[in-house]
Write a protein that binds this ligand. Sequence first.
Ligand SMILES: [Fe+2]
Ligand SMILES: [Fe+2]
Length: 295
Amino acid sequence: MGHAPASAEPAVLIAQMTDIHIGFEPQAEGEELNLTRFRATLERVIHGPNRPDMLVLSGDITDHGDAESFATTVEALRDCPFPVLPMVGNHDCRPGLLGAFPQIEPAEGGFLHYVVEAGLGLRVICLDTLEDGRHGGAFCEARADWLAARRAEAPDNPTLIFMHHPPVVAGIDWMDPAPHEPWMERLREALAGQHQVQAIHCGHLHRPIITQFAGIPLGVTPSVAPLVAMDLTPIDQDAPDDRELITTEPPTYALHRWDGQSLVSHYERVGDWQVLARFHAGLQPMIRGMFAERE
Ligand SMILES: [Fe+2]
Ligand SMILES: [Fe+2]
């Protein structure tokens, strides 16, 4: 009998769904597409093999911030067996989110940001980047002070930041901020030269993106709602060119896995896939061969 090396250690799993946009089509006949996509994604996260310890909803939960859309969201989450961490995006509004999730305690200044201890020493900071009436993000002095205070509470703890708006120019012209917007530069200064923040995970762009910000890995999780089309050519706002803007690429969620040492992020598209191989006795030699290499 060969020695069987230990399989993966227990880890903390943080699911992230973003940009659900419930209420985009309030007049839809039958169930609106965004709600169908949300239910399918939830079904996979709740009943799939990787049940998370918590679920972050990183903003644009609703399309108009109205109470009814938030209520629909809460109703869809009713059987969720793990804690839900809701955040505001530019399509939401703080009173709407608070009405639906009264457990959230606003921080000073009314911002809806907070800290959660995720387990195995990982701190999660959910940062509010909403500026009412604006599509793009915000990170004002008050928020910089709040973030500095939260980081100072546990300077040696590995920390994961969620924020709706990615503070980067991604090349999707119509969705992008201007280069070096003041709020982005303020955030860059706030995070410069530190080793506490393991990663920043965002939403808003409706596309998967990986980059770096202030030396920190930064990911954008694609939307649950329809995706933004993959077109990196410059756009002329005065010349409609019939380019693709929004597509029905499948809904996607992220699963961030923290094992006490490192943070690894997975993305799963939720679709009607076929399973082409399963772990049955016939494939056991292959699986065993892979484990043998780990010795
Ligand atoms: Fe969005
Ligand atoms: Fe957004």
